[in-house]
Ligand binder design. Sequence first.
Ligand code: ADP
Ligand code: MG
Length: 154
Amino acid sequence: MIKVRVSSISETEQLGEIIGKVLEKGDIVCLTGDLGAGKTTMTKSIAKAIGVDDYVTSPSYTIINVYEGNLPFYHFDVYRINDVEELYEIGYEEYFFGDGVCVIEWAGMIEEIIPDDRIWVEITHGTENDERIITIDGKMDRWTDVLKDFEIIG
Ligand code: ADP
Ligand code: MG
């Protein structure tokens, strides 16, 4: 686990781009954190790094939006689901175990179906308005070299 402090939206975006750049086919990025933490902000930057040109918006009502980048990009937002069954109904396995990368906002709500080999990112508010504490867990070998410009706090 690695913990980073960012102090602005643009730093969250930079971190998102770094995460996006190291993603590979089959990767699943789980985003957790309160409403307004910055999950969608980070998702947009991950998408940009993957080469998605389309405008990325949260699929709150549809659960998933599919984009084409250098890899297929699957953006989940499970905030509004009532039951994990709804993920089976949309055929989530096709995306989780498919040819692209998945980013899942509110992943904690469907933790039971998420494979162990995922990247778990938690965003919490810091003490200042635009400050965020971002914890990354999983695929730890990917982060050793790429986070040099960030303030690592744990
Ligand atoms: P979520 O998807 O977690 O609900 P959003 O990304 O939609 O959150 O919104 C985050 C909000 O917080 C935006 O209004 C953004 O401008 C603001 N914000 C302020 N500082 C940051 C930061 N460091 N990182 C991300 N968002 C920030
Ligand atoms: Mg969101």
